[in-house]
Design a protein around this ligand. Structure first.
Ligand code: GDR
Length: 330
């Protein structure tokens, strides 16, 4: 009898949770997804889109719910993608961000120690670490060895989460890995993030239902890759003989202005400047100016490579948003 591997994903309703659930399903996994709240509309959409996912109730703010979720799903692998993930929001809801994005990881590690301790095969744990931990960067490009200097409550919480994951690996010999993922995008990205905000607005401007696009800092530079490529790296990390941390990035950086250039051109709209206005309300109290990752370790040890380039990614998102907005207008 073939025994299917079992995976529990927190953050299943987010962009990465959806990509990872799909990916693990194609690999033959039994996929469980942690969902919080009562009558959660996002959980409903997971039921509709991914009927193979078994939803398990629980919340990263509630330790005993995590213990129950682990007992119920009996996972071989846990992917912790759940977080307050919007950097701008973390400035207004700093305590909540610390509790979910930071302490939530400690609760999950403790729950795994408690439930997984008696198992023959230890539960393998993946933590979604972030390039936001590098913040005011100490060196360029950033590697696994670059010191952290976070610039937001989100970044600070992710540093705690990263360090506690390393600490549990070293203290309790847990199979715990962190993927330090740089920005990763795609049509499933939430509308609050700058790539999707831009590609969706481009689509709406093209269709004549929006006239301007209001943004914050246009000078920030990010290393943007495709989310579908990045979830494969998460899985690869948990298949290694030993747990470790890996940077996952494309090694190429672009400014928001370059992003605007490519996105407007993808819809045959000339001169993005005539549509874009800047407003103080979208600037952050502290900014991360430049991120560019060096994924040499992931390439050599995991055999991972990004497949989708920057222009291709943005063009894919604009195409998707034109279809999406056309259907919505009907
Ligand atoms: P980021 O992503 O903060 O890098 O974190 P986001 O897309 O929100 O911002 C990228 C850059 O764009 C600038 N910007 C704006 N951003 C938004 N959202 N809206 C605007 O109107 C706007 N105008 C300019 C921002 O100032 C910033 O410099 C993402 C998240 O997914 C994190 O959870 C993840 O950890 C990191 O990527 C890697």
């Amino acid at each position: 009898m073939v025994v299917m591997a079992r995976a529990l994903i927190t953050g299943i309703t987010g962009q990465d949770g959806r990509h990872l659930a799909e990916f693990l399903h194609t690999k033959g996994y039994e996929v469980f997804g942690l969902v919080k709240g009562q009558n959660n509309p996002k959980a409903e959409s997971i039921r509709d889109e991914f009927p193979f996912v078994q939803l398990v109730p629980g919340d990263l703010a509630d330790f005993s719910s995590l213990v129950s979720a682990l007992e119920m799903s009996q996972p071989d692998e846990v992917y912790n993608l759940g977080a307050i993930s919007f950097v701008a929001m973390s400035f207004n809801q700093a305590e909540l961000t610390g509790n979910i994005t930071g302490l939530g990881v400690l609760r999950m590690l403790e729950a795994i120690r408690l439930v997984g301790g008696a198992r023959k095969n230890p539960i393998r744990f993946y933590q979604a670490s972030s390039s936001e931990m590098f913040g005011k960067v100490r060196e360029t490009p950033q590697t696994e060895m670059t010191p952290f200097h976070p610039r937001s409550p989100y970044g600070v919480a992710k540093v705690f989460a990263h360090d506690i994951t390393v600490n549990y690996r070293e203290s309790y010999d847990m199979f715990a890995c962190s993927g330090i993922l740089f920005n990763h995008e795609g049509p499933r990205r939430g509308l609050e993030f700058v790539t999707r905000k831009i590609t969706n607005s481009v689509a709406r401007i093209k269709l004549g239902v929006q006239s301007e696009l209001v943004l914050g800092n246009l000078e920030a530079k990010r290393d943007w890759g495709y989310a579908g490529d990045y979830v494969e790296a998460m899985w690869m990390m948990l298949q290694q003989p030993k747990p470790d941390d890996f940077v996952v990035a494309t090694g190429k950086s672009h400014s928001i202005e370059q992003l605007l250039e490519v996105a407007f051109a993808a819809a045959d709209l000339k001169d993005w400047r005539q549509y874009v206005r800047q407003d103080q309300r979208f600037f952050r109290p502290a900014e991360v100016d430049l991120l560019i990752g060096d994924a040499t370790k992931a390439k050599t040890k995991l055999g991972w490579q990004p497949k989708v380039g920057f222009n291709e990614l943005i063009e894919m998102m604009v195409r998707h948003d034109i279809d999406y907005e056309t259907k919505r207008a009907k």
